[in-house]
Design a binder for this molecule. Structure first.
Ligand code: ADP
Ligand code: MG
Length: 482
């Protein structure tokens, strides 16, 4: 198949569930995993006479995301009814924003192979989620759980500017990072709090017009979005090569087979008859409120990477790893308040600390060793009192088991404190040199490799407690005197 003749065009629609306790237009809980139909007030169920009331926090969260994406924030907006009939939609319409999305334009920066690209956004709008139909296997019954109906969402819509599945992957990774930094959404794709639909078309490289697009749904991980796009590009090119026209349709991705299959064609184009909801008053965002939200914004990854490479003088790679989550970045900065060798702190966190977190499946927030304690441990290594390997392999595990103990105490208990004071190391060196006169001669004749054997003997006799740097210097001096 001649893939290189074609260009892929991709636009993503990302739904993120906003981190609020209650729904967008009702006081019902948004808790995930509640028993079916327990978070359903009369408003959620659209009983006659009930009226929606906007949850102020959803507006603030959407604005936070918009500011992080450099979007233009609407100062005046309304909600629209999107009319369609479906069993999981109690009102018979979904409240969404058609003509006045809360955020317009903006972009999210991604980096691929060191090259930066700004993925342009079309809009970010607010809307309510629908309920969930459940088909019970072995029966022909369908049940409906309305807990999710009315849960607040933002929908982030990109322009058709993405050109490969790898770019889509990078974009979604960045969006997930952003919503988590901002506490806008928990970013959990498995539980469906972050969902992505991918619009895919292909066209000949020199074509002026885009091809017909196909929308793919039902991917539960970023990796599967990438796989679905790749499969779809290949399928479409296969058809075009055979002279078959692409039809606009919605397809689902099957993660087991790695293929997409048709759900419905878009021929039966839905007319949603959007119109402004008369039950909700328009929303105005005042200058004062906007400023308040602006001031509450945390430092974002881009800004932190800048700070980590300049202020802390870390390599770009370190800065990227350490800003992966807000927790890790904060932990790093906390430790740096007590240790002056920032690169050592970075090595510690990217190395033994991260592997311990992975092993225990803990986030930096849940990590039992406090920043102050880790700083003490690093200081012990930096000042030559213990070796790095003893610190990472013997002391850190103890600190993880016994929360609140001090690294120095543990080192004393394990009897691993090194001595860097010359008076205690010199006698050991004297005895080693005295016991191996032949080896001293060999060394004098130029067999410098013998030094390792002397060092080994010194460490053995000091029971590993001599500071290797100091011992090495003293040993060299002693041998030169001979
Ligand atoms: P619709 O009217 O079908 O909803 P929109 O213009 O609103 O289409 O776009 C929906 C999404 O599809 C956006 O993310 C947009 O970037 C993307 N999109 C639009 N046209 C194409 C195309 N030809 N190929 C791929 N994606 C596209
Ligand atoms: Mg659309």
């Amino acid at each position: 198949m001649n893939l290189s003749k074609y260009t892929a065009v991709i636009g993503l629609e990302v739904h993120a569930q906003l981190l609020t306790e209650s729904k967008i237009f009702a006081a019902d809980s948004t808790a995930y995993g509640s028993a079916p139909n327990t978070n359903v007030s009369a408003i959620t169920l659209a009983h006659p006479g009930t009226l929606p009331k906007l949850n102020q926090k959803v507006v603030a969260l959407a604005v936070r995301m918009g500011l992080a994406c450099h979007s233009q924030i609407a100062r005046f907006m309304i909600f629209d009814r999107k009319n369609y009939f479906y069993p999981d939609l109690p009102k018979g319409y979904q409240l969404t924003q058609d003509r006045t999305p809360i955020c317009k334009g903006g972009y999210v920066s991604i980096k691929l192979d060191g090259v930066e690209k700004k993925v342009q956004l079309n809009r970010i709008h607010l809307e309510e989620d629908a309920g969930k139909s459940m088909h019970v296997e072995g029966t022909d019954e369908t049940f409906v759980d309305f807990n999710r109906a009315g849960v607040p969402l933002i929908e982030i819509v990109t322009d058709p500017v993405i050109r490969s599945s790898a770019e889509a992957y990078a974009f979604l990774t960045e969006v997930r990072k952003l919503v988590r930094y901002l506490d806008v959404c928990d970013g959990n794709m498995e539980e469906g709090s972050l969902r992505c639909d991918a619009n895919v078309s292909v066209m000949l490289k020199d074509a002026i017009e885009f091809g017909k697009k196909v929308e793919i749904k039902n991917m539960n991980s970023i990796r599967n979005v990438q796989r679905a796009i790749d499969a779809e590009i290949e399928r479409q090119i296969g058809l075009l090569e055979q002279g078959v026209a692409i039809v606009s349709e919605t397809r689902l991705f099957n993660a087991d087979t790695g293929a997409t299959y048709s759900m419905r064609t878009k021929e039966e184009l839905n007319d949603y008859r959007y119109f402004p909801d008369p039950d909700l008053s328009p929303v105005e965002i005042s200058e004062h409120w906007l400023d308040e939200i602006r001031l509450s914004m945390p430092a974002l990854p881009e800004e932190l990477i800048q700070k980590f490479t300049t202020h802390y003088k870390l390599p770009f790679y370190d800065a990227e790893v350490l800003t992966d989550t807000k927790d890790i970045a904060q932990y790093f900065e906390e430790v740096c308040k007590h240790v002056s060798n920032y690169k050592a702190v970075s090595n510690w966190i990217m190395g033994p600390v991260k592997s311990a977190m992975n092993e225990l499946t803990l986030t930096a927030n849940e990590f039992p060793v406090s920043a102050v304690t880790l700083a003490e441990l690093i200081q012990l290594v930096e000042s030559g009192k213990i070796s790095f390997s003893v610190a990472s392999q013997r002391i850190l595990p103890e600190l993880l088991k016994n929360v609140g103990t001090s690294p120095l105490e543990v080192a004393q208990q394990l009897n691993v404190l090194q001595s860097s004071d010359e008076d205690s190391i010199l006698p050991v060196i004297d005895s080693v040199v005295a016991d191996f006169p032949d080896k001293v001669q060999e060394y004098k004749r130029g067999k410098k490799g013998i030094l390792a054997m002397f060092m080994g003997e010194v460490m053995k006799r000091s029971k590993g407690k001599a500071d290797p740097k100091v011992a090495n210097q003293l040993l060299l001096k002693k041998l030169d005197e001979k």
